[in-house]
Design a protein around this ligand. Structure first.
Ligand code: INI
Length: 154
């Protein structure tokens, strides 16, 4: 049986990153991890764009616009939604995730969810590269892999 697997090769891919300024310290670390990942897999700086938005709730619209532009093989959403910060944590977490999934399905372009949802700032820091792993790096791996899968399915 034929098997299809996405390569972790980012040379020639066009990728847009959408990133939330809310909890900027953490977002910046996620961005550092994502860019590190892309570069280490052959991505050319000139093939990408980074768009900063106010918060996670603004990510889906901008991600969808970028995905629908036809200019990108994948869009990578980065940010941090932290429970302690607000009572509407659950709304922000759920709506941003839902919007990102819809943007991907509606445009048929991978829109990868690299938004952390944690109970505390400490947990968010740990997952943004301070302790073990960086979710930005992992999400960038997923963006590369999924973009390459879709290229093979064309
Ligand atoms: N946005 C985030 O990216 N992370 C959060 O933790 C957060 N909290 O906690 O409120 C957050 N809220 C702002 C929201 O995304 C919108 O920017 C705002 O509601 C305006 O639409």
């Amino acid at each position: 049986m034929r098997e299809i697997a996405g390569k972790y090769e980012a040379a020639g891919l066009k990728i847009a990153l959408v990133i939330s300024r809310f909890n900027e310290l953490i977002s910046q670390k996620l961005l550092d991890g994502a860019v590190d990942c892309l570069k280490r897999h052959g991505f050319a700086d000139t093939d990408g764009v980074i768009v900063w938005v106010s918060g996670a709730l603004e990510i889906p619209l901008v991600a969808k616009k970028l995905a629908a532009s036809g200019q990108y093989d994948a869009v990578l959403a980065l940010g941090a939604v932290i429970q302690g910060e607000t009572a509407h944590f659950e709304v922000v977490a759920a709506e941003s995730a839902k919007g990102i999934a819809q943007a991907a399905l509606q445009t048929q372009v991978p829109v990868v969810n690299g938004i952390l949802t944690t109970n505390t700032v400490e947990q968010a820091m740990a997952r943004a590269g301070v302790k073990s792993g960086n979710k930005g790096f992992e999400a960038a791996m997923t963006a590369i892999e999924t973009a390459n899968i879709l290229k093979q399915l064309k």
